[in-house]
Ligand binder design. Structure first.
Ligand code: PLP
Length: 224
């Protein structure tokens, strides 16, 4: 039962760790069941699937876009998205800012890091992330170029898909390290830069043990 799975996951989380229920590939009814059990934050990774769910489900749901987002899709989700978790380029960030401005909103985003061993995983290397933040700082220094309609809330990453717990732990700790460096260097006085989004069904317990405060759990809640 989805309700029982959800309760089990929530009971296993430390205080202050936020759960994003990843409903991607699961039907509207499944998300509704989690909603009825009290869940309000959901994650989706495809714009069209998200749109269908957004239109069908209660409007007090906070939707997080957790997948790779194409620049040309930003305009569709900008009116209602609560957080875009996987920003991996300045170009995407600028487009989010532009569309958020059109909607008269500020959109929360996370910067996606690539620390995993697999080449297929998206996200920025630590160096690319730092470059983006430098460029952003330059733009934000002037009122005309400032990206005033996006708010960077933290970092997101996916660990290697492996059974090697030591490897996964190493990547989570590396993510913490980068979070702390970025916080000190670019967000020292910004209390809203406070999200470390790592951990999925198979590794969220380890992730929270290693410092994650935002886990994205799908199959453990929705798969039978
Ligand atoms: C699918 C997905 C998840 C959830 O994965 P599960 O293994 O089903 O918990 C988390 N994060 C991202 C980015 C995903 O694409």
């Amino acid at each position: 039962m989805i309700k029982d799975n959800l309760k089990e996951v929530l009971a296993s989380l430390k205080p202050g760790v936020e759960l994003v229920a990843v409903s991607k590939y699961h039907p509207i009814e499944a998300a509704q069941e989690a909603y009825d059990a009290g869940q309000r934050v959901f994650g989706e990774s495809r714009e069209q699937e998200l749109r269908v769910k957004y239109e069908s489900l209660p409007k007090d749901i906070k939707w997080h876009f957790i997948g790779h987002l194409q620049t040309n899709k930003v305009k569709y989700i900008a009116p209602y998205i609560s957080m875009i978790e996987a920003v991996d380029s300045l170009k995407l960030l600028q487009e989010i800012n532009k569309q958020a401005q059109k909607c008269g909103r500020t959109i929360d985003v996370l910067l996606e890091l690539h620390l995993a061993q697999e080449e297929t995983k998206s996200g920025m290397t630590p160096a690319e992330c730092e470059n983006l933040l430098h460029e952003l700082a330059q733009r934000n220094a002037s009122a005309e170029t400032r990206l005033a309609n996006v708010r960077i809330r933290g970092i997101m990453m996916m660990a290697s898909n492996t059974d090697d717990e030591q490897q996964i732990r190493k990547e989570f700790l590396q993510a913490n390290d980068i979070f702390n460096k970025v916080k000190d260097k670019f967000f020292a006085t910004d209390d809203s830069f406070n999200i470390r989004s790592y951990g999925m069904s198979h590794d969220y317990l380890l992730a929270q043990e290693c410092g994650s405060n935002h886990v994205r759990v799908g199959s453990k809640i929705f798969a039978n």
